[in-house]
Write a protein that binds this ligand. Sequence first.
Ligand SMILES: [Zn+2]
Ligand SMILES: [Zn+2]
Length: 720
Amino acid sequence: MEKGEFAVHSSEVLVEGREPYVIVIPPPNVTAVLHMGHGLNNTIQDVLIRWRRMQGLASLWAPGTDHAGIATQNVVERLLAKEGKTRDDLGREAFVERTWEFVEETGGAILDQLKAMGCTCDWDRTRFTLDPGLSRAVREVFVRLYEKGLIYRGEYIINWCPRCLTALSNEEAEGDEVEGRLYHLRYPLAQGWADAAAEAQAVARAAASTEAEAEGGRAAGVEAIGQLPDGRWYLTVSTTRPETMLGDTAVAVNPADERYKGLIGAEVDLPLTGRRIPIIADDYVDRGFGTGLVKVTPAHDPNDFEMAQRNGIPLLDVMTPGATMGENAPEAFRGMDRFDARKAVVRAFKEEGLFGGDDSHTHTIPRCYRCETVVEPRLSEQWFVKMKPLAEPALQASIDGTVTFVPGRWKKVYEHWMENIRDWCISRQLWWGHRIPVWYCQDCGETIVAREDPDACTACGGAALEQDPDVLDTWFSSWLWPFSIFGWPEDTDDLKAFYPGHVLSTAPEILFFWVARMIMAGYEFLGEAPFKTVYLHATVRDTQGRKMSKSLGNGIDPLEVVDQFGADALRFTVISAAAVGTDIHLDPDDLEASFASGRNFANKVWNAGRFTLMSVGDDPIKPLSEVGKDLELSDRWILSRLSGTADSLTQELEKFRLHDVAEKAYHFFWGELADWYLELVKPRLRDDAAEGSKQAARTTLVTAFDGILRLLHPLIPFVT
Ligand SMILES: [Zn+2]
Ligand SMILES: [Zn+2]
């Protein structure tokens, strides 16, 4: 492809008055290699872009790549590990330099791979999320939100990967349900509360037996309150992570729970620690879970953290960043890995006669989306964006239909998420990315948030400033993508011409990571949504229904398909298979079965083209208006079918029913034009055929063939 071939200039819109049509590419990770998900999504975008371009619109597809903070840093760290080095050996500056070198050498190859698929991006506009212009947009946004009070620093429970040593967003820390253990631990009640305990036990037993009767006499389960052999009373709490009890600072009950009313304000002697902690009341406690008595570990559980904030309970962090037991843990456990500590704590409870047994228990264990390490909730100082005010207009946009989702079922999912949005933790303990534009004065403690790097403290004038060591979440730059690529915060011609765009096509997995946040940023900084339609494409799976992935080894390399079957075969196959709302199944072990039909179709188009050109010869083709009186029934039929097909293809494209476009174009071409009309006209194209009939046949054949080539072009651009 020649340079500048698909360039679109703002003057086409602003001066010539052409209607724009804009799609911004979901920027792939700069180190990514093409997989079938990209193959599908970029074919979809190219079909839409080519179709609108052929309609005469100023059709702009803006390409680029994402610096992908944690992903890229992990790649470079693995390379260093092969040299026996860590990032700390290099130091921050050298590590970042090394990462830049790596990115400049190998990065962006995926864009060349998109070219091999025939993607008609405006390549001159290629952007990278760490480009100076885009970095400036990031700073501007950080400072604006900070000045507005929407960015704050706070202690918070975050998802933490003890291997990557970084914070993870909720979406980066999802997990699968597993069959685990629920452990029941007995906490002795402090002296002086025996009467209250006895009364609580009586109420609890009465409640339990009523419940047991109601459930047909099923055993009541774990004893919530009881007496130890030495006469002390105990309360039973249940947990899947016994090691965290070393950091308990309270036990909580629901204030409306009749069983424990008399115990609110009492204290327990927390085993293994020598600490005494209070029993508090909080609405969060679910009376139906376990015994209705809940251990509160505010430094290691997000819900407990919030409970502690509400009730003024202290925080006690008993782990290190690497998830070993830290200095606040009792000496016997210090230095132990968290899972070893789990066993050790259970053993110690057994030895002290305080173990109440364990049950199998299905629960979700969140894992780091990069390295699969079990995520540990962790207390730390992080930067956050207050999302509620940003979410309001973005929610409204979906409710009133300003932004629509295809398939429509995603509307509900989106709205539910926007209604329940939580603050966004935007700091990451990484080196690769946009460094947080905050400086701390070492002399007076002032915090400075600035668009330009400051030389001196704004409060005391001192020069001892230290920049916050963290970088911003990768999504903090990609949520600005639809306008940062056009030069925002400057009010550029590009921005005027190409914002807002029209369609955003992406994988459903990043609806919240990316799409929702782009809509929020669009409203906050430009007053309108960045696109009108969000198309969430199918998931590409293997024949067993498993999502294609590198780790499963069941992927298909789109470039291999291009080599073996041609780019048109790849494109036609994925579009044909992509019915709205259903997944695509392809067989990685049998590319022939998956892609042969696409190749055969492209070949059929080629052969029909050769036949047509040969049969009509070199004489000029008369326009339709001159052969009207000689048109035969078959001519009128195929021309009417062409016009009907063109109309219905346009309608299907407008509804994003791309597989119907492929199917109908295929049917017209193969089933009507090639199988019927081409056969019917053969005798009329011979030298000895009657002149009028021959000319009508030539004109009709060329018109029909030219027409279907145009209709097929967005799908299979190479052969057409
Ligand atoms: Zn990790
Ligand atoms: Zn100062």
